[in-house]
Ligand binder design. Structure first.
Ligand SMILES: *Cc1c(COP(=O)(O)O)cnc(C)c1O
Length: 398
């Protein structure tokens, strides 16, 4: 059975392409399909649209357009920043990052370890935050780059990137932030943040999958990760994906105009969802609740419930949610982010990530909350660890 309506609460996994973005892209699949590097005007005339999109993305993060290169995705941007930092400083073979990064950073670091690069993964506390003094102490003379995400994709916890940037500058070490989850949800200003590199991905921002940008500060040396033609001022080979570049630029414009809505409408809906769940479902806890968080994200644990089973019940009524990062679905390991925050494997496996967007309505939020309440109650009634009495849960002796 496929439910007719989709209740989409997984916007940290991917977002809907906005109608305005699709409209902006269409001419570049049909009439205007030339190569922007061509000599004749049918091709070269396209370059102005790429330049326009680059200006809009630069404006979104307060960068100079020349500091922005287009890549194939957020993952490539993340890899490219770390790769370049190592290549341009051959004597430095240490990368400093955190235990809660996206797999685009964590698994790239693991592959670098096999090539002899040393890595340090900073731990987080129970609220998902890093100790800044510990960060400073972990910087070594051979540290090539510090890479720390702006906001966590599973919990929404926001790190104080500007303060971290100041620490890195003080020690003369390059600093990259994966801001994929922050774009469009909170204001981003590369100058205020003091970062050398910053990554964004279009499909987390109502544009298509398969395109990203990397901000490279103009004072920072860069060695390309994808080597080929002279595109992107020799910083990224490969013919520009013009339709997607144009769509990403339009999405940046929309994001700038909607950031207030994200801060008010989306935050109100998220808070309504969170309070309703906490009030109606006993033994539930919001992860990272005391930390600064993205306005759209809830990570919530329901004791004695397998979140995978919960997802199946929600799916039956058309609700899309996830247990953690979409990039780690299919691995049975509990979330590395929740484990890093000190949750037990059972607690981590009882956790759900709900991520909202400006498209969600109050009606949808209340529908989700009611189905969650019923589903949790149903699953607990089968659980040997939980004994459900109306409105109250007692822990069975074990
Ligand atoms: C989605 C995501 C990525 C990867 O972006 P892709 O465009 O899917 O490669 C990287 N980092 C974070 C924090 C993300 O949420």
């Amino acid at each position: 059975m496929t439910p007719s309506k989709v209740y989409y609460f997984d916007n940290n996994a991917t977002t809907r392409v906005a109608p305005e973005v699709l409209q902006a892209m269409l001419p570049f699949f049909t009439e205007q399909w030339g190569n922007p590097s061509s000599a004749y005007s049918f091709g070269s005339g396209i370059a102005q649209y790429v330049a326009y999109a680059r200006r809009k993305l630069a404006a979104l993060i307060n960068a100079d357009p020349r500091e922005v290169i287009f890549t194939s995705c957020g993952t490539e941007s993340d890899n490219a920043a770390i790769y370049s930092a190592l290549q341009t400083q051959p004597g430095k073979r240490h990368v400093l990052t955190t235990t809660v990064e996206h797999s685009a950073i964590l698994n790239y670091c693991r592959s670098l370890e096999k090539q002899g690069v040393e890595t340090t993964y900073l731990p987080v506390d129970a609220q998902g935050l890093l100790d800044l003094e510990q960060l400073e102490r972990a910087i070594r003379p051979d540290t090539a780059v510090v890479s720390i995400m702006f906001a966590n994709n599973e919990t929404g916890v926001i790190f104080p990137i500007a303060e971290m940037g100041a620490i890195c500058r003080k020690h003369g070490v390059l600093f990259h932030t994966d801001a994929v989850q922050a774009a469009g949800k909170v204001p981003l200003d590369v100058r205020a943040l003091g970062v050398n590199f910053l990554s964004l991905s279009a499909h987390k921002l109502n544009a298509p999958k398969g395109i990203g940008i990397l901000f490279i500060d103009k004072q920072t040396k860069f060695q390309p990760f994808v080597v080929g033609g002279h595109q992107e001022r020799n910083r990224r080979g490969g013919t520009e994906n013009v339709p997607y570049v144009v769509g990403f630029g339009r999405a940046a414009e929309l994001a700038m105009s909607r950031i207030d809505e994200e801060q008010t409408h989306v935050r109100e809906l998220r808070d309504l969802l969170e309070t309703t769940l906490l009030q109606t479902i006993p033994d539930s806890r919001v992860n990272g609740v005391q930390s600064p968080r993205l306005p759209n994200t809830v990570s919530i644990s329901f004791d004695f419930v397998e979140a995978e089973a919960l997802l199946m019940l929600l799916d039956q009524v058309g609700i899309c949610a996830s247990t953690g990062s979409a990039c780690t679905t299919g691995s049975l390991d509990p979330s590395h982010v929740l484990a890093a925050m000190g949750l037990t494997p059972a607690q981590a496996r009882s956790s759900l990530r709900l991520s909202l967007s400006v498209d969600n309505t109050e009606e949808e939020v209340l529908f989700l909350a009611e189905h969650l309440r019923q589903s949790v109650q149903r699953l607990r009634s089968f659980s040997p660890l939980a004994k459900t009495t109306p409105g109250k849960v007692a822990i069975a002796a074990h």
